[in-house]
Design a protein around this ligand. Structure first.
Ligand code: RP5
Length: 178
């Protein structure tokens, strides 16, 4: 079971630059909404390579269980961190100012060689990275798991409300399934 009692960070959110923060913030927001302790900082693979090595090497012994790493352009941070730790690394491709439509970042993070996986979410999809990190923790922690069940039920309820709203506006629906 993860230790959420002493507020020690379980998830490390890192990004190549503070300019990534607006994209990465939803990961932090989701973890906060689930009361999952996290830390958040800038670690640049290219500008601070030694800081990156130290961060990745110390992550597990500092108590982190999952790392979320976001970067744009030539996005080497998630893959390099994954190469240095056995913790699961979730990569968030960021469409940044130096990005060619985001594809450079997507491919840099996604196309990892065999042996060094990075769980890559969609472009700018930091919220999904936060959810995935919580799900990894939830596999071992009944409290987090039950919170995530509630979150999923809430999504189901929201879609059901939309189904009813569309019916209310006169759109035909012959499908009565769940
Ligand atoms: C990447 O370069 C960062 O992750 C960021 O997405 C991008 C631009 O960084 P700044 O020039 O805004 O610091 O390494």
């Amino acid at each position: 079971m993860s230790d959420m009692s002493n507020n020690a960070p379980l998830v490390g959110i890192i990004m190549g630059s503070d300019s990534d923060l607006s994209v990465m913030q939803p990961a932090a927001d989701f973890l906060r909404s689930q009361q999952i302790p996290f830390e958040l900082t800038v670690v640049s693979a290219h500008r601070t390579p030694l800081r990156m090595v130290e961060y990745a090497n110390s992550a597990s012994s500092r108590g982190l269980k999952v790392i979320i790493a976001g970067a744009g352009g030539a996005a080497h941070l998630p893959g390099m961190v994954a190469s240095l730790t056995t913790l699961p690394v979730i990569g968030v491709p960021v469409k940044s100012s130096n990005s060619i439509d985001g594809w450079d970042s997507v491919l840099s993070i996604l196309q990892m060689p065999n042996g060094v996986p990075v769980a890559t979410v969609a472009l700018n999809a930091a919220k999904n990275a936060g959810i995935l990190a919580a799900e990894i923790l939830g596999a071992f922690d009944p409290l987090i798991s039950s919170q995530l069940h509630k979150y999923k039920q809430q999504m189901i309820n929201e879609v059901q409300e939309k189904v009813e709203a569309l019916k209310g506006k006169g759109w035909a629906n012959g499908f009565d399934g769940k």
